[in-house]
Write a protein that binds this ligand. Structure first.
Ligand SMILES: Nc1ncnc2c1ncn2[C@@H]1O[C@H](COP(=O)(O)OP(=O)(O)OP(=O)(O)O)[C@@H](O)[C@H]1O
Length: 279
């Protein structure tokens, strides 16, 4: 199920991405008296510095999968390791960017960006230069003291990205980070994220419902089955980097990946309906 190791970020990257190994992981939830299997017997390796996009029918267990990698959820069976060390709880080197930007409106831009460092006990003096650097990188230095409510949606997203990357994580987990953005802002944010990622070098697990986005960003696209989620396809995306948004309209290989994934996803969505597990 795994592709050969590929180090895809820039050789000058700030950090080296970690290898993430999921081995026969299982998780489920009780709905009243019934146990619902969310992810069942799933194994996957994310190689150092790779972006792996995860797609699948709604409710197939994608967020549950990220929860287990982040250490917020403990697999009922199986193991999650990062560079061979078992994940037993949240860690500073694993950053999790959840579906909504989850910024704190009562804190300034700067205070939001430094939040993760603060939580992990980094002192104010050490936080400041890192936060300044990332505000600069995402073009928000002038807004450091602004309130979150004064920002556009695209700017909010940049705050969320800075807050994630300032921790210099070796793994980044992203759950539909650009879903709330209009098409134009989304395309810009995708490009900005790819640029920052290539400079930084983390391994990324990127959950999305958007197949062109999955292909544009991913070194591989992993397709999950209907619930309980398992992997039914692990497709290497052999498009050169840097990748431009326009590829999704004119690049024949891109279109071919999209056609294949669309038809496989449709099969899984239909199976989910037949099995009565579509949300
Ligand atoms: N905290 C929870 N308590 C109970 N059931 C849950 C919980 N979290 C997830 N589930 C159930 O587990 C299954 C998988 O949910 P999950 O959110 O991981 O799917 P998903 O693929 O991320 O969905 P979507 O694409 O719609 O965001 C669903 O049936 C969901 O109802």
């Amino acid at each position: 199920m795994t592709s050969p190791a590929t180090v895809t970020a820039s050789p000058d990257a700030l950090t080296s991405g970690a290898q993430i190994d999921l081995t026969n992981i299982h998780h489920g939830f009780f709905h009243r008296d019934t146990f619902v299997r969310a992810v069942w017997d799933l194994s996957l390796t994310i190689n150092s510095g790779e972006i792996v996009s995860v797609v699948g029918p709604s409710g197939c267990g994608k967020t549950t999968l990220l929860g287990m990698i982040s250490g917020l959820l403990k697999p009922r069976r199986g193991s999650v390791t990062v560079d061979g060390i078992e994940v037993t709880g949240p860690r500073r080197d694993i950053a999790y960017m959840q579906a909504r930007d989850a910024l704190m409106p009562w804190r300034s831009v700067r205070q939001n960006v430094e939040l993760g460092l603060q939580v992990h006990g980094v002192r104010a003096k050490a936080r400041k230069p890192k936060v300044d650097e990332w505000l600069e990188r995402v073009g928000l230095s002038r807004f450091a003291d602004s309130r979150i409510t004064q920002l556009s949606q695209g700017m909010r997203q940049r705050v969320a990205i800075a807050r994630t990357l300032v921790q210099e994580p070796r793994c980044i987990l992203m759950d539909e980070p650009f879903a709330a953005l209009d098409a134009q802002t989304r395309a810009l944010q995708q490009q900005e994220f790819l640029k920052l990622w290539s400079e930084q070098g983390a391994s990324v697990v990127f959950v999305t419902h958007d197949l062109p986005e999955a292909i544009l960003l991913g070194d591989r696209v992993v397709l999950m089955s209907h619930r309980p989620g398992q992997i039914v396809q692990d497709m290497p995306i052999e498009l050169d980097r840097p990748r431009k948004s326009e590829m999704q309209y004119g690049d024949e290989r891109f279109l071919q990946y999209r056609r294949e994934l669309t038809s496989q996803l449709r099969v899984e969505v239909d199976k989910a309906r037949e099995a009565g597990v579509a949300p």
